[in-house]
Ligand binder design. Sequence first.
Ligand SMILES: [Mn+2]
Length: 453
Amino acid sequence: MKFSSGLMVMALVFAAGPAESEAPAQAKAARATGPVPEPAAGDLRELPLSTEPWGADVFHERRRRLMSQMKGGVALVLSANRTDNIGGLRQDADFLYLTGLAEESEAALLLAPQEPQPEVLFLAPLNPERERWIGFRAALPNRAVELRTGFAKVQRTNVMGAVFADIARRQKEMQFFGPVVGYDAPMPKVLEIYTKTKERAVGSKIQDAVGMLARMRSIKEPRELEKMARASEITVDGHLEAIRRVKPGMREWELKQILEDAFRKADGRQLAYEPILGAGPDGCLLHYPGGDRVIQDGELVLIDAAAEFDHYASDVTRTFPANGKFTAEQRRIYDVVLRAQRAALKKVRPGVTWDELQETASKVIADAGYYNYFIHRLGHFVGLEVHDAGVYAEPLRENMVITLEPGIYIPEKRLGIRIEDVVVVTKDGAKVLSDRLPREPDQIEKLMEKPKS
Ligand SMILES: [Mn+2]
């Protein structure tokens, strides 16, 4: 007998329908396929509606690829938690990547490649009062939900603890994908679940699989690159509008409004992150949250802002003179930043390391005498998150998407300059997704020339 008492425990917990008594081989083949039946009248908005931004098969295929790397064991990936009745959840990116379920809160995905049912989706229990605020949800079992989500097995999270412990005891290894955090940071929720389960599921242990999922997410599929190119086009449109329309005397928030309106007009419904927009000394604050400064004649304006398209982020920064003309000093320092970015960009290709790129840009800035004023890292991965998953200690590979964003910040000169572009690592080099947005100071000044009236 393949299952001992484990199966009985599960059957009890599941309050099983007929499918529970099927043999493992049959259960594995039970994933529903075929067209999604039309919902009955009145069920049209029954959640989860569908996967985003692609059909369920795309996410099923990703889970299959991840499980082929896991080989055995079991893993949980948790969704974000909605703690109020306000819509617009910022979904956990790992969960979104593997399920496409953007709005599911307090849900979880279980992966266990050697189990007869290798993947299970756990959804939060029904809560009729909450549902009147954020959407009606289907009762289970529900064939339409299985088809829309692409899961043969959909259960409620209130049975997840027992199901997970049972599988952990059988499969022995609970695979932890990360993130690794320090002792002073809160314990990742999934590690808390693993630790408690280890104490209960005798013989189970936590296995290091940190990086496995991040590595997969960091190499973009062609369909993801299309979304990111679109997000970058929208982002470029917004920056162009802001650069053309800035005027000394404007407040920072007015310019921010112009930028965000342009994003929306270009089909960017979401911001990838809260825009950073600062003039003069405000440009020196890396995550400047303010916005009520009056932009002064002679100041530089720094905008670090991007739109998101179909959950994929862009991330672009430009620095330009409020009055349309760089001063000689501003241009001299700007050129150092630009040279640093160009030098790093020239090195981007599969096999190069983050350290090599960082050293290349840092050297340009240090040689120009600004070592003390480049105070952050050169770049990061971009994707579903603006600071996306990836393994920084490993060489870059084809179809990774990164930013290159050197900067010089001199508070005593009331001047901050950063230039940031989104770059795809191609087979033999790099492709800049935000290339349509000028970087050269001459081009920026030309763009800012006001029509003579
Ligand atoms: Mn960035």
